[in-house]
Design a protein around this ligand. Structure first.
Ligand code: COI
Length: 355
């Protein structure tokens, strides 16, 4: 499909590249496409960044019919601009959309849209260490209709934000609070999707954790409240003895692109990786006995986020010596090295944007 590009006549001032933090600045343009039942996706365009117009009866505003993605564009030292496994995002967007009864966005058009959009915004890709251009594709149901049914009209847009570290801690270990009151997801629900509703319902626990001095929450399964699922906005991994354990996907956990990349990297280094259920009791015992050597969250926004301590039932349990573990450091360096094009990419994960 053709993508029309309309450039802004009023480019914004660029931010202070050394103080980006996460999600504070937005670029000059956005990608937009519309969907109408019967005609499919049409009018693919890159246009000046501007508020979108929505009828107050638009279904997304009433019934949260929204799904999104997150990925990054990286500026390599040799001048190339790279995306990381964008087809994984294309596939996951469609898997989320199917669950919320929204249409597929063709995967090849998704990739083409990213390339055209990122090429238009190339001056917004930060060059500083550990910075990137975060891309946020979003699909919404914008048909004006307040009866509860599947929408017949949708909009897809992609915005971009130059970002630094997601957490103010950067690579320094975060402290995590075990949430035992609220739950994030149950099997059969929407936990495996990136739909806005998952994040809205998680905020109350995040607020509680922050008030108690923690960065994020550790979510338990919604049935027995016994097995570990995720950490806040990330998947989670534990190194117990010589084994790295991550909760198995089962419908309630987000299938993270960073999660699967980390597992592939670990296996290529002959580290034993298990996707299996891990109970809070197992974590507690491992932390008490000193077998819990490392733990970290994985996510596009946060990359690898070492966890220094867990608060479990009022007890603060340290992970290893509370610092950045050697495996977390190696994973961060390798993954970011591949993403920024400074290390070889034996897995073929990076995808160059033609400039
Ligand atoms: C990501 O890691 O890209 C996310 O989507 C997490 C969060 C910023 C919502």
């Amino acid at each position: 499909m053709d993508i029309r590009v309309e450039r802004t006549s009023l480019p914004k001032a660029k931010p202070d590249w050394d103080n980006l933090s996460f999600g504070r600045y937005y670029t000059d343009h956005m990608f937009v496409a519309d969907y109408t039942e019967g005609s499919g996706w049409h009018d693919l365009r890159v246009v000046p960044y501007a508020p979108i117009s929505l009828d107050p009866a638009a279904m997304v505003l009433h019934y949260a019919m929204e799904v999104f993605e997150g990925l990054k564009a990286y500026a390599a030292k040799d001048g190339r601009v790279l995306l990381f496994r964008p087809m994984e995002n294309a596939r996951r967007l469609n898997s989320s959309a199917t669950r919320i009864c929204m249409p597929d966005f063709p995967e090849n058009d998704f990739l083409e849209a990213l390339k055209v959009f990122v090429r238009t915004e190339q001056d917004w890709i930060p060059r500083q260490a550990d910075t990137s251009l975060y891309l946020r594709p979003v699909m919404i149901a914008n048909e004006p209709h307040i009866g509860v049914r599947v929408s017949r009209q949708f909009q897809m847009f992609i915005i971009a934000s130059p970002v630094g570290a997601y957490y103010p801690e950067g690579l320094n270990p975060v402290r995590i609070y075990l949430e035992d009151e609220y739950i994030r997801a149950v099997r059969g629900g929407t936990g495996f999707t990136k739909c806005g509703g998952n994040y809205a319902s998680s905020l109350i626990a995040q607020k509680k954790a922050e008030k108690l001095g923690f960065t994020q929450v550790l979510w338990l399964d919604g049935v027995e409240k016994k097995y570990i699922e995720e950490v806040g906005t990330m998947n989670v991994m534990f190194m117990i003895g010589d084994e790295v354990i991550t909760p198995e996907l089962g419908g309630s956990i987000l299938p993270g692109v960073t999660r699967s990349s980390v597992m592939e990297l670990l296996r290529s280094w002959n580290v034993k990786v298990s996707e299996r259920r891990i109970s809070i009791d197992e974590l507690y015992s491992a932390a008490r006995s000193g077998d819990l050597r490392e733990s970290f969250g994985t996510g596009t926004a946060a990359v690898i986020s070492p966890i220094g301590a867990f608060s479990i039932n009022g007890e603060l349990l340290c992970v290893g010596d509370g610092g950045i573990g050697p495996l977390s450091r190696k994973l961060y360096d390798t993954l970011t090295g591949i993403q920024w094009g400074s290390l070889p990419d034996p897995f073929g994960w990076t995808c160059e944007v033609p400039l």
